[in-house]
Structures are given as structure tokens and as C-alpha cells.
Design a protein around this ligand. Structure first.
Ligand code: SAH
Ligand code: SF4
Length: 432
């Protein structure tokens, strides 16, 4: 989401003749994009601002903060750092040029935490995209779920879905520009519910999201991924759509958060472990093997060691292809902030390590099974580990590295897996 917001901000600024600099050491304006899902987000941005100030003692740039910290802290940021000139909330991105203009005109500190303006539509210029091959397409913003620990409904506002016609136009444009893959993105993509049916009238489905998937698949773009899916809204028709269309990729990110019904209830997730397991079974019944990844929070208030054991059991059962583990972090204003954060620091650290150990074991087995297989890899860049290696993703969203060259960039290549690591595969391309 933050990457997509940066793309949106860059598009707007470039349209108003701002030039994007690679370095805060040279820029006239430094804009910080922020995330506040976990603790100390405001602290982090203030530290970064301090670093930039130190680097630029001679000539201080204008400093702005955008994203979730901006939305949540608002005016307070001006008190916390006298160097901040403007604060731009999560729905004010498109007004950035006007906000900066006001600062340059000498109107003092400028704050905009307003909603999106009527008729404002998302447009991302090709030059602003983070990749020339993989395009992010937001389909829904905000969240109505109010899980008890989560700041997102406060920082991003209520769910608002874009029209399918706009989404399809974005995907078709990306396809025509040579993009090979799109990611439909949102806090909960499968809660997608546009105000009008524009754009998917011809497509059937049990939910608006599965209709959208079929409509996007019909654009013919080579690969479509989507993230994040919310378990309560994970209708089996999503899996049917994946079965019908090869270009809907075989990867689902479905955060479970806990393996204990008691904790899930306290988290207000709106489903039980048995409901989640049914979603997993649905993905397992698909014609292709669907890779499944998840998020888990350990150490939620009142999580006992037997609750935690149930989480371990769930991870054994589900055999996730990947897992993001988070230590519970109390977020002010959320309902769970009123609960006693009673799982001690050391206990959280030890549960984190135990779950991580189990997941590594599960993952080792899953990744080992790919050795000898040939996978289609979209070549996205040079590996960070070795300049001789290229890196990319499979349709099941695994990272694959292999010896290659930059001429391969942007193509889809058959790679035979020769080695498995914990979080990636290594292979050789079959053409050379
Ligand atoms: N909408 C998605 C997740 C969005 S936030 C969903 O509901 O699944 C991304 C992840 O951050 C969450 O899945 C959760 O695991 C983690 N997270 C959110 N709030 C957190 C908190 N207060 N403490 C620790 N982890 C948190
Ligand atoms: Fe946060 Fe829950 Fe919304 Fe996900 S569904 S963004 S965890 S409130």
C-alpha cells in the first residue's frame, strides 16, 4: 500500500513539474512516507528527519510527512519536530502539489487530513511505477473490520472500492505497456464491493470480488496476483475463478493471526479456527497447487501457553508456504490497548522463536519439493546477493535466483530448480 501511495504521490508531483531526486542530500523537498501498523512509527520518522537535518546543516530542505503516521499524529507532528513544514494524510495524496505550493507561498505549516475530493480518481504514470514489469493496482482502500489490535481503520478510513471499469482500464493499460504481472491490492481485497456494477456486468460470480477476478483475467494480462485476502470473506468461488483462469496466479495470502478460538474472539476477527481451516481446504481442492501464506500475531493480551500451542498446531496443519510473524504491539486508540499487555517481553521473544523454528522446518520441506521442477519465473532484477544472478518470482510467488543477464529482464523464463533455501529457490534457466 505504501509503495502504491508513493507511486500516486510521484505521479502528482511530476505532473506539476517537480523532479524526483534519488537522494535526500540533494533534494529541495524531502517527503517521508510512513506506516504505523506496528509501534514506534512516529519515533522512526522523527529520527529519520533528524538524520536528514544533520546531513543538510547548510541548507535545510522543506520537510513533509505523508501516510499513516501523518494521518494519526496530525498537528502533533509539528510540535514533535519544528522542522516539519507539511503533513499530508492518507487521503490527501493528490493534493500534494497544492499543499507544497502553500508552504512555498509562506503560509506557514500546512496540514491536510481531509478525505479524497469528489471525482478524484487514481492515476499512476508509468514513470512513477516501482517496477517496469509488475504493476500494483489498488482496488479497495480503508478497512471496516476493526480487529481489536489494529490501527488501519483509523489511519486509512472506511472501505472504499474502485469501480471495476477503472480497474480493468488500469490493467489493460499495463498490459499494453508490456507489464507482465499485476497485483490487485487492498487491506482486504476480497471485501471488494463497488457502489456500481460498471465494468463487470458480463462476469458472473458469487461475490463482487470473484466477478472482478474473472473480469481482470479476461483482459488477458499474463499474471494476476492479489493481496491481502480476509478469511471471513474468502468465498470458495475465488478458488473456482483460479481454476478457470490460468492467468490468476496460484498464490493466496490469507492471514490467520492465531490458532486459538479464544484469542481470535478477543481479536474480533469474526471467524473460528474451523472456518479458517475450511478456507484452507478449499484452496487445497484447486486443480493447481495453490501456495498459501499467512500472518500471525503472537503474545496478544491474555494469550496463554496453551493458546500458543494451538497456534503451533495450526501452523503444522496448514503448512504455509510463507509466514509473517509479529509480536503483539499495542496501538493507542485501538480497543485492545485497554487490555493488559500481559505476555512479557521475554515470553513474546521465546514464542516468536519457537513459531519461527517450526515455520522454517515446514518451509524447508515445501521448498525442497520444488527441486527438479521447472518453474516459470518473471525476471524482475539483479539478485542482491550476486551480480551474476538474476531474480524473479514464480506464479506461486516464490523468489527464484539463477545465473543470467540483464537482457532477460521483463521476460518469463523456464527455470529448473537445483537447490532450495529457506526463503528462495536457486536454479538454471533451460534456454542457455
Ligand atoms: N488486512 C489484513 C492485514 C493488514 S495489517 C488482514 O486483516 O489480514 C498486516 C499485518 O500486520 C496483520 O496481518 C497483522 O498480523 C499485523 N498487525 C497489525 N496490527 C498489529 C499489531 N497491533 N501488533 C502486531 N501486529 C499487527
Ligand atoms: Fe486491520 Fe483487521 Fe482491517 Fe486487517 S481486517 S486491516 S487486521 S482491522
Amino acid at each position: 500500500m505504501n509503495v502504491a501511495d508513493t507511486e500516486r504521490a510521484t505521479t502528482r508531483l511530476r505532473a506539476h513539474d517537480y523532479i524526483v531526486s534519488d537522494s535526500p542530500a540533494a533534494a529541495d523537498i524531502v517527503l517521508f512516507n510512513t506506516c504505523s501498523v506496528r509501534e514506534r512509527a512516529a519515533h522512526k520518522v522523527l529520527t529519520r528527519i533528524g538524520e536528514v537535518r544533520k546531513q543538510r546543516r547548510d541548507q535545510t530542505p522543506l520537510i513533509g510527512v505523508m501516510g499513516c503516521v501523518a494521518q494519526l499524529e496530525g498537528e502533533l507532528l509539528f510540535e514533535q519536530s519544528p522542522h516539519i513544514n507539511f503533513v499530508v494524510g492518507t487521503r490527501a495524496t493528490d493534493r500534494l502539489p497544492a499543499i507544497i505550493e502553500k508552504v512555498l507561498e509562506g503560509q506557514g505549516k500546512v496540514l491536510d487530513l481531509g478525505e479524497r475530493a469528489e471525482g478524484e480518481s487514481l492515476q499512476i504514470a508509468t514513470h512513477a511505477r516501482h517496477s517496469a514489469y509488475v504493476g500494483f493496482v489498488p482496488i479497495i482502500e480503508g478497512c471496516n473490520k476493526f480487529c481489536s489490535y489494529c490501527i488501519v481503520p483509523f489511519s486509512r478510513g472506511r472501505e472504499k472500492s474502485r469501480l471495476a471499469s477503472e480497474i480493468i482500464a488500469d490493467v489493460s493499460r499495463l498490459r499494453d505497456q508490456g507489464f507482465r504481472e499485476v497485483h490487485l491490492i487492498g487491506q482486504n481485497v476480497n471485501s471488494y464491493r463497488p457502489a456500481l456494477n460498471d465494468g463487470f456486468e458480463l462476469f458472473k460470480g458469487a461475490t463482487p470480488f470473484s466477478r472482478l477476478l474473472r473480469a481482470v483475467a479476461a483482459t488477458g494480462i499474463e499474471r494476476i496476483k492479489f493481496t491481502t485476502s480476509f478469511p471471513r470473506d474468502f468465498h470458495e468461488d475465488i478458488v473456482s475463478a483460479l481454476d478457470e483462469h490460468e492467468n490468476l496466479c496460484n498464490w493466496v495470502h490469507l492471514p490467520v493471526q492465531s490458532g486459538s478460538d479464544k484469542v481470535l474472539r478477543a481479536m474480533r476477527r469474526g471467524y473460528k479456527v474451523s472456518d479458517y481451516l475450511r478456507c484452507v481446504e478449499n484452496t487445497r481442492r484447486a486443480h493447481r497447487r495453490i501456495s498459501l501464506t499467512s500472518d500471525i500475531i503472537i503474545g496478544f493480551p491474555s494469550e496463554s501457553s496453551s493458546d500458543f500451542k494451538e497456534t503451533l498446531k495450526l501452523v503444522q496443519t496448514c503448512r504455509f508456504d510463507g509466514l509473517y510473524i509479529f509480536k503483539y504491539s499495542e496501538r493507542p486508540r485501538t480497543p485492545s490497548a485497554k487490555l493488559l499487555d500481559d505476555v512479557g517481553k521475554e515470553e513474546k521473544a521465546s514464542r516468536f522463536l519457537e513459531l519461527e523454528r517450526l515455520q522454517r522446518e515446514v518451509q524447508r520441506g515445501i521448498y525442497l519439493d520444488y527441486v527438479g521442477e521447472t518453474l516459470k519465473v518473471l525476471v524482475e532484477g539483479v539478485s542482491t546477493k550476486s551480480l551474476k544472478d538474476m531474480t524473479g518470482h514464480t506464479t506461486c510467488h516464490k523468489v527464484v535466483n539463477f545465473a543470467g543477464n540483464s537482457q532477460m529482464l521483463g521476460s518469463v523464463i523456464d527455470v529448473q530448480v537445483t537447490e532450495s533455501k529457506i526463503n528462495s529457490l536457486y536454479g538454471k534457466d533451460l534456454v542457455r
